[in-house]
Design a protein around this ligand. Structure first.
Ligand SMILES: NC(=O)c1ccc[n+]([C@@H]2O[C@H](COP(=O)([O-])OP(=O)(O)OC[C@H]3O[C@@H](n4cnc5c(N)ncnc54)[C@H](O)[C@@H]3O)[C@@H](O)[C@H]2O)c1
Length: 242
């Protein structure tokens, strides 16, 4: 699959949750296209790629996020690309959902994204340029049994995306969301087989997507080709929502 025709030479990117899965595919594709990539993750990356620097940072820690963003800005002189990708699930039907599990998912998926975006926004506003992509989910565009916390966090991320697009647009910054359907990754490897089978039944294409499928759309939205697109949610779901 071709993502290499994009040229991000000279751009500096922050990719959260880029140690593995979808985030690792995005970080690797951006680095292959010439960007200098800073991965913010609570875990060490599972891969080594030239052009990718790992930062151990837990997005639940507001002070740590700000310190790491400031360090990257000071070292690089500016960050043009942000991909808010880190995400977690703690599934349970809402009558069994502990408040701690509600809070943990909201804190990483929504507040974590807010923290990084808010920390980078002043520098992007000053530079009058920026590209932001937030990894939501089709389950933030519909309800999903057992995912009240996750679905609410991703719906919130879509709200944050649309408002940030309005607030930052006049300074040349675009903010979009990508909403994956079922993608083969560590997050979905443990899914019960009947849940996976139901997702495949929903899919127009009848198959799960790959992490590269998501990365390809993210790179498009970060590229000059998408410069007039902002405030939208692009499903990458093989037609699961169709
Ligand atoms: N895999 C799918 O089917 C699917 C579908 C829809 C949306 N998504 C979304 O795509 C994104 C990536 O998912 P994935 O499948 O690659 O998951 P994954 O679990 O493989 O990767 C998530 C990454 O986020 C990091 N992370 C988790 N909590 C963190 C924290 N507090 N601070 C810093 N980093 C943290 C993890 O360490 C991990 O590297 C997530 O936002 C997920 O909700 C995935």
């Amino acid at each position: 699959m071709g993502t290499l025709h994009y040229d991000f030479t000279g751009d500096v990117a922050v990719v959260t949750g880029g140690a593995r899965g979808i985030g690792a595919a995005i970080a690797s594709a951006l680095a292959a296209a010439g960007a200098r990539v800073h991965v913010f993750d609570a875990c060490e990356p599972e891969f080594v790629v030239p052009g990718v620097t790992a930062h151990l940072v837990d997005l639940r820690d507001a002070d740590a996020v700000r310190a790491e963003v400031d360090a990257v800005l000071a070292e690089s002189g500016g960050v043009q690309l942000l991909v808010n990708n880190a995400g977690v699930t703690r599934d349970a039907p809402l009558w069994k959902l502990a408040e701690e599990d509600w809070q943990a998912v909201l804190d990483v998926n929504l507040t974590g994204a807010f923290r990084v975006l808010a920390a980078l926004a002043p520098a992007m506003r000053e530079a009058r340029h920026g590209r932001v992509v937030q990894i939501a989910s089709i389950n933030g565009m519909r309800g999903k049994f057992g995912q009240a916390n996750y679905s609410a966090s991703k719906a919130g991320l879509i709200g944050l995306t649309r408002t940030a697009a309005l607030e930052l647009g006049r300074r040349g910054i675009t903010v979009n969301a990508v909403a994956p359907g079922l993608i083969d990754s560590a997050m979905t490897a443990e899914l019960p087989s009947e849940i996976r089978a139901r997702a495949l039944e929903e899919s127009a294409l009848g198959k799960a997507g790959s992490v590269e499928d998501v990365a390809a759309t993210v790179l498009f939205l970060l590229s000059e080709a998408a410069r007039h697109i902002t405030g939208v949610v692009v499903p990458v779901d093989g037609g699961q929502l169709a």
